[in-house]
Write a protein that binds this ligand. Structure first.
Ligand code: NI
Length: 177
């Protein structure tokens, strides 16, 4: 187990554009993913991007089990996504609440493309190619933004819908991405 420190908003490393992964199925890549999984699960996150633990590579993980505690969250398969490419399908945008392990305790209403096709590779280099919508599409867009140095508050349009979990959602536990 190696639970890493998650960088918080304000750390300059979170604003960097990350570099593509060139080699797959290496001990270094598997170690990075083990650290990312341990860290995400320890913090009860829905996703994590490598730059959040200070590694400037285009690697994200995400996954959400369907859970009664989060009735709004659809299940999202556990996924390792490397060197991702996102293509929006259509112009439809949806607003939804997001949190982030790098912005702890806060939540904001963020517009995202309602439907996307995303492509990339897993840790063995196998191709991933999915067309998704809703919460799954939101999580992917949130995580991949981290690879370009973008945190969700930079996409908020209505700052009356940005605040602390306890004030916005009293008594509810929230997932973070
Ligand atoms: Ni995040």
């Amino acid at each position: 187990m190696a639970i890493k420190t998650v960088l918080r908003m304000g750390d300059a490393r979170l604003w960097q554009r990350s570099e593509p992964v060139g080699r797959f199925d290496t001990p270094e890549l598997h170690q990075l993913l083990a650290d990312m999984r341990d860290t995400m699960h320890a913090l009860n996150g829905a996703g994590l991007a490598a730059p959040q633990i200070g590694v400037g590579l285009r690697v994200v993980i995400f996954g959400v089990q369907r859970n009664e505690r989060y009735p709004d969250a659809e299940g999202v398969p556990d996924t390792v996504l490397i060197n991702p490419l996102i293509n929006p399908l259509g112009n439809s945008m949806e607003e939804g609440w997001e949190g982030c392990l790098s912005v702890p305790g806060l939540r904001g209403m963020v517009p995202r493309h309602a439907q996307i096709r995303y492509q990339g590779r897993d840790e063995y280099g196998a191709l991933i190619d999915r067309t998704v919508s809703g919460f799954h599409a939101r999580v992917v867009q949130h995580e991949c933004d981290h690879l370009d140095g973008i945190l969700y508050p930079m996409r908020i349009r209505d700052f009356t819908k940005f605040g602390y979990n306890q004030e916005l959602f009293p008594g509810r536990e929230m997932l973070d991405e």
